[in-house]
Write a protein that binds this ligand. Structure first.
Ligand code: SF4
Ligand code: SF4
Length: 436
């Protein structure tokens, strides 16, 4: 198996469970819970109050600084503005809307059939107003990333690798709506004016590759690059290295090596915002795993509960063990199914007891496997040890902040150490210690 970046793993992908069918619209819930925090940065402030009538696509929360607005995903009446459970853990302020099932549109954005009519600045304004974030799960505001790349980027990348096992949301998007992805890339080409534009796909997506090849002639300047399947190929730094050979130095950003990377679903959102005047009110979600009866991709309204998405897929099986927001490598375990689907929710993964890889007595046998698996060339066994000791100086020296929480080390660890959980806690401790 050829490797285009250091480390990584090749786990069984289990994509056959949910792959192979076009995403279907999920049943629309009678109530949606729209979190005010669906992006990296400052949470939105609610712009509506209990009793207000809202239209579908209406801006219902916004804020200053690193922040993008959130929109109503149904029309109806606001019945609560209060903290509700969030898929990343804990609670967050949310606007709860009782659906009137009319989908009365707000039409806040104007569709532009020819995006070339707009200047780069105008396009970025539309992207912000539509509330677009990194839809692969990173949720970084897209307008900020695009703006910071103007004049600094010579290579625009499309990330359609979807390397996490089980998840097929982007694959379904590419097969069913390739024009949205390629159209969104064309819009960001207008913004960034790159010398090279590449859409990267892993070689396990054969149908998507053939669909994209059949469309490429209509999108001059976009190159398709098929990469060998290897996790975490879709991580930004690994993708840049695999496609361009450039290495992003520790602590630096893709634009520092002349690159900008956006996920396939992010491009689709850009297309829908600019060309169809639609803000982010729904997304494709893979509901899958051995713990759900009928795994499938769904088009889900933002704010629909995990419970409603799982119910659409026939409900949980009797031997369900754990439900995650996201994939098995980077997903966040849920304590129940009340959290709402957000802009960054690409999957609801329901694992069965057979997938329980945890150990009652985790211990390090110093085998060194984590060292060769880590794509960031870190030393996970020592990060774990010093994390447990709370030795922040050693964690800094060992570059804990470069950990991308990909889970490769935990996957190969025969001692079953909770490595990623420890690293997340360590990174949080380093962040807290730096606060004035
Ligand atoms: S989770 Fe962090 S330490 Fe472990 S393999 Fe990934 S980058 Fe390396
Ligand atoms: S893979 Fe696990 S058991 Fe092996 S050295 Fe790393 S932490 Fe220890």
């Amino acid at each position: 198996m050829p490797r285009l970046f250091f480390g990584g793993i090749h786990p069984a992908d289990r994509k056959e469970l949910s792959g192979g069918s076009a995403p279907a619209p999920a049943p629309i819930p009678s109530q949606v819970v729209i979190p005010m925090r669906q992006h990296v940065g400052a949470a939105c402030t609610p712009l509506v109050k209990v009793g207000d009538t809202v239209k579908m696509g209406q801006t219902i929360g916004d804020g200053e600084g690193l922040c993008v607005p959130v929109h109503a995903s149904v029309s109806g009446t606001v019945v609560a503005v209060e903290p509700r459970r969030h898929a990343s853990g804990g609670e967050c302020m949310a606007v709860v809307i009782e659906n009137d099932f009319q989908d009365t549109p707000a039409r806040e954005l104007t569709p532009h059939l020819d995006p070339a009519e707009l200047s780069p600045e105008e396009l970025i304004t539309v992207i912000r107003r539509a509330g677009i974030v990194g839809m692969g799960g990173a949720t970084f505001p897209t307008d900020v990333k695009a703006n910071s790349g103007i004049g600094a980027v010579d290579t625009l990348l499309g990330n359609a690798c979807e390397c996490e096992p089980y998840i097929t949301a982007d694959d379904a998007l590419l097969c069913t709506y390739p024009e949205q992805v390629l159209g969104g890339m064309a819009v960001l080409m207008d913004v960034l004016k790159p010398g090279r534009t590449v859409l990267a796909v892993e070689d396990n997506k054969t149908e998507a590759i053939s669909v994209l090849r059949s469309k490429l002639a209509q999108y001059p300047g976009i190159e398709l690059k098929v990469l060998p399947t290897r996790y975490p190929q879709g991580a930004e730094k690994q993708l840049i290295q695999a496609v361009t050979g450039r290495q992003v130095p520790p602590g630096k950003l893709p634009r520092d090596v002349g690159c900008a990377v956006f996920n396939a679903a992010t491009y689709a959102s850009v297309y829908k915002a600019v060309c169809e005047g639609e803000p982010v009110t729904r997304r494709i979600v893979t509901v899958t795993g051995e713990g759900v009866r009928k795994p499938q991709n769904w088009i889900v309204r933002i704010g629909a509960s995990f419970e409603s998405a799982v119910a659409a897929s026939g409900g949980l099986t009797d031997d369900v063990w754990k439900v995650l927001s996201g994939g098995p490598m980077m997903g966040v375990a849920q304590i129940d199914l009340t959290a709402p689907v957000g802009k960054g929710t690409n999957a609801v993964l329901c694992l069965s007891r057979a997938q329980n890889g945890e150990s009652a007595h985790p211990h390090c046998i110093r085998c060194g496997k984590c060292l060769t698996a880590c794509p960031m060339s870190l030393q996970p066994l020592y990060l774990f040890r010093f994390g447990k000791l709370g030795d922040r100086a050693e964690l800094e020296r060992l570059h804990l902040s470069d950990c991308i929480e990909c889970g490769c080390c935990a996957y190969v660890c025969p001692g079953k150490l909770p490595l990623v959980e420890q690293f997340r806690a360590g990174k949080q401790a380093l962040k807290e210690a730096k606060k004035p």
